[in-house]
Design a protein around this ligand. Structure first.
Ligand SMILES: CC(C)(COP(=O)(O)OP(=O)(O)OC[C@H]1O[C@@H](n2cnc3c(N)ncnc32)[C@H](O)[C@@H]1OP(=O)(O)O)[C@@H](O)C(=O)NCCC(=O)NCCS
Length: 161
């Protein structure tokens, strides 16, 4: 019904799905535009081939506009990265992306998810808080910015069970 409705209005609905090797270039482009140290196409290709790494894309029509990447070990996972392309931010799309991502992790037997977030990254902190993550640790001067500034990281955790 929604697909029909969005097609009628000429605008695709965003969908979250498993990324494939063909997405590596688009994923790397979004990552590089979103983070100080961008991951290259080759790094995404490696992660996409790893059995313990879940890479999901946020797709709108034929375009990849976001992604979430987690690495799993036993019943724990670390959310390594999540991003939405800049022109699509601020519309709540990351919530659907993260909700589906956590659901997929739960389906694979993950019971606890950890992540690190830069202390001043308000959009990300709001997203994680809304998704039920709680701060469980703080790492002083963990990130180094391009200009040499050192920033703190918060460690967050969410139980999926
Ligand atoms: C973090 C990110 C994925 C959020 O994606 P998004 O689709 O824009 O998220 P939302 O639209 O749901 O916004 C998330 C929250 O941040 C808030 N927000 C958005 N822009 C903001 C800003 N500039 N300052 C403060 N809060 C902001 C929103 O209001 C929302 O809060 P709410 O749920 O209380 O209303 C996106 O900003 C991004 O890709 N950032 C760059 C990469 C990054 O930092 N990833 C996280 C690494 S840990």
């Amino acid at each position: 019904m929604m697909a029909w409705f969005s097609a009628l209005w000429g605008r695709a609905m965003p969908v979250v799905e498993t990324a494939t090797a063909r997405d590596a270039a688009q994923l790397a482009a979004i990552h590089s535009a979103s983070f100080h140290r961008g991951w290259g196409e080759g790094e995404f290709e490696t992660m996409l081939a790893e059995r313990n790494t879940l890479v999901q894309r946020l797709r709108m029509g034929s375009k990849v506009i976001g992604f979430a990447v987690s690495r799993m070990a036993a019943d724990e996972a670390e959310l390594l990265s999540i991003a939405v392309a800049a022109r699509h931010r601020g519309r709540g799309l990351s919530r659907d992306l993260l909700l589906t991502h956590l659901g997929t992790l739960a389906g694979r037997g993950v019971r606890t998810v950890f992540l690190e977030v830069e202390e001043n990254n308000q959009p990300a902190r709001k997203l994680y808080a809304r998704m039920g993550f709680a701060v469980v640790g703080r790492r002083e001067r963990y990130y180094r910015e391009a200009g040499g500034q050192e920033l703190n990281a918060l460690v967050m955790r969410r139980d999926l069970s």
